[in-house]
Design a protein around this ligand. Structure first.
Ligand code: DX5
Ligand code: ZN
Length: 245
């Protein structure tokens, strides 16, 4: 019989990279009112990736908007920067809840993960489409999130890379085995090209946390697109996809 897989509820994390930057506070408030679970915050340095975006000052500026009633909505900081470590403390101080980085961008992955946890944030590693998962085996106890890129990082609005599905299945299996052994769930997040039309397939492969930039901010009605994403992710029967032979 198949082993039980995590039962963490699906989370929808709109990426503000596709928001109207001239009205960023309003945009953040609007997606949160529309049901966003996390705010995905893409940090690009024109060095690790060929684009330049936003830093800790912007994180701090949107922090007061990241609430729903009494509840604090986590800011999920995705660092596409090299080097990594100096920015960890700055983002923690600016109100980040989750900080993820790409292992090849840090000379000392274990140390960077420790710095994130010590700063009071949840930590995670991000794997590009062609980056092997090897590092993961050595740091499972130090991570709260695994983020698989389903596009090459740097830009919103790119097409989902289908090979991500088998990679998700492999990571799902690793995380389930880890959870059986330790009782601790680790989130499996996916980023790039996630749409209402493909989210069910991505959830079936094992993802439980879904970044969506252009799919959300490209629509006028944020509430209906977030509801559709959540409904299709929740209805997909997570973990049912098997890896291709
Ligand atoms: C790409 C970023 C993504 C991006 C996703 O480097 O990490 O978070 O904003 O945008 P969509 O959902 O439009 O592919
Ligand atoms: Zn991202």
């Amino acid at each position: 019989m198949a082993t039980p897989h995590t039962t963490l509820p699906p989370l929808i994390a709109p990426s503000i990279l596709s928001a109207d930057f001239a009205r960023l506070g309003e945009e953040v408030r609007a997606v949160i009112d529309a049901g966003a679970d996390w705010i995905h915050f893409d940090v690009m340095d024109n060095h690790y990736v060929p684009n330049l975006t936003i830093g800790p000052a912007v994180c701090e500026a949107i922090r007061p908007y990241c609430v729903r009633g009494e509840a604090k909505i986590p800011i999920d900081v995705h660092l596409m920067v090299r080097p990594v470590d100096a920015l960890i403390g700055l983002f923690a101080k600016a109100g980040a809840s989750v900080i993820t980085f790409h292992p090849e961008a840090s000379d000392h992955v274990d140390r960077s993960l420790s710095l994130i946890r010590e700063s009071g944030c949840q930590s995670g590693l991000v794997f590009n489409p062609a980056t092997p998962l090897e590092t993961l085996h050595y740091v499972m106890d130090k991570i709260d999130v695994v983020l698989l890129m389903s596009v090459n990082p740097g830009f919103g609005g790119q097409a989902f890379i289908p090979a991500t599905l088998d990679k998700l299945v492999r990571v799902r299996r690793m995380l389930d085995t880890y959870q059986e052994r330790t009782g601790r769930p680790i989130r499996l997040e996916v980023d790039g090209g996630i749409k209402v039309d493909n989210i069910a397939e991505v959830a079936a492969a094992g993802a439980d946390t879904f970044v969506a930039g252009s799919a959300v901010f490209g629509q006028r009605d944020y509430r209906s697109v977030i509801a559709s994403l959540r409904e299709r992710a929740a209805g997909a029967g997570r973990g049912v996809r098997k890896e291709a032979a």
